[in-house]
Design a protein around this ligand. Structure first.
Ligand SMILES: C[S@@+](CC[C@H](N)C(=O)[O-])C[C@H]1O[C@@H](n2cnc3c(N)ncnc32)[C@H](O)[C@@H]1O
Length: 297
């Protein structure tokens, strides 16, 4: 009898040690084991030693973002199988990382030659099941309709995460097309087009899910232009709630700056401005603000 009692106690003790998995509806992070996720960044300053160039990634497109951004964002704001919508797909960094992390992706890119080039990075089966690539103008209703069709084929009504990595106005000119956000006559026009793309993204995103805007600022006519905060304001006007503004160190992530570093330093010293060493990763949620005593919090 005494032996049986001991076994029972031991079993109970084992049961107490095993905690159930506790996750939020928008990621797979087990909050009962939160200390295991040391790799997940929760601060507002991000720095990566060097660009990830394995697992399908390469620095083959001037203006592509470093893959570690996608890794961090997908772990934090998506679950396995979720659909990531990237409305400025470029060289397909989001699609490659989505596949690596067992997420799915729909990417829209204006330049047909980029769509053709990026499509070769995936197998024909992957292009149907995992990564859908659409050539189009992300600000248009035609692109929105195509995305809705692809979502339907993937068995979804809406996307579970939105990535916006637009041109930083005219800093890098991607094409001569009039729909290209890098080819706007004025910065105001850039903001207007950005807002149209973001509106499509908002409409296609599932309620309570997250969006990320990756953007840098610029100098023009001897003054600082806050592209990031202007675009953030437009995201808020559409109904997005800002959750975080992350500053990411870009030193060492970009091409060729080293060679012209002295020139930029001279220009900075003589022009009274500072050399850009950062860009922003802004996090938004499509959610309603809670009202407390008639005040929004
Ligand atoms: C900063 S790059 C994005 C790079 C991408 N995140 C990557 O990692 O390769 C911006 C991209 O947006 C595209 N683009 C510009 N205007 C667009 C529009 N109206 N609709 C869709 N894509 C557009 C450009 O051709 C360019 O490839």
């Amino acid at each position: 009898m005494a032996v049986k009692k001991n076994v029972k106690i031991k079993k109970q003790a084992n049961l107490e040690v095993v905690k159930p998995i506790k996750t939020k509806p928008y990621n797979d992070i087990d909050l009962n084991n939160w200390k295991l996720y040391e790799n997940v960044k929760t601060g507002t300053w991000w720095e990566f030693d060097k660009r990830e160039k394995s697992n399908g990634h390469s620095y083959d497109y001037h203006g592509n973002y470093i893959p570690q951004i996608a890794t961090q964002l997908f772990e934090r704001y998506t679950k396995k199988g979720d659909v990531v919508l990237d409305l400025f797909f470029g060289s397909g960094t989001s699609g490659i990382e989505a596949k690596n992390m067992k997420r799915r992706c729909i990417g829209v890119e204006l330049k047909q030659e980029m769509v053709d080039y990026v499509s070769k990075k995936f197998s024909p089966k992957e292009l149907v099941v995992d990564v859908n690539i659409i050539q189009g103008d992300s600000a248009s209703s035609a692109a929105k309709e195509k995305i809705q069709n692809r979502l339907e084929i993937m068995g979804e009504k809406s996307a579970q995460f939105l990535i916006l990595h637009p041109p930083y106005d005219d800093i890098i000119k991607f094409s001569d097309k009039k729909e290209d956000l890098s080819n706007c006559a004025t910065t105001e026009e850039f903001y207007d087009l950005f807002k149209k793309v973001a509106k499509n993204g908002y409409d296609l995103l599932e309620q309570n899910r997250f969006a990320a805007l990756i953007i840098g600022d610029k100098y023009a006519n001897s003054r600082y232009i806050s592209l990031g905060f202007e675009c953030q304001r437009r995201m808020e006007e559409l109904g997005f709630v800002t959750k975080a503004v992350i500053v990411k160190n870009i030193v060492g992530n970009e091409k060729a700056k080293g060679k012209t570093a002295n020139l930029w330093r001279y220009r900075a010293l003589s022009g009274g401005f500072n050399i850009f060493e950062h860009e922003y990763i802004m996090i938004f949620q499509k959610t309603k603000l809670k009202k407390v005593k008639n005040k929004e919090i």
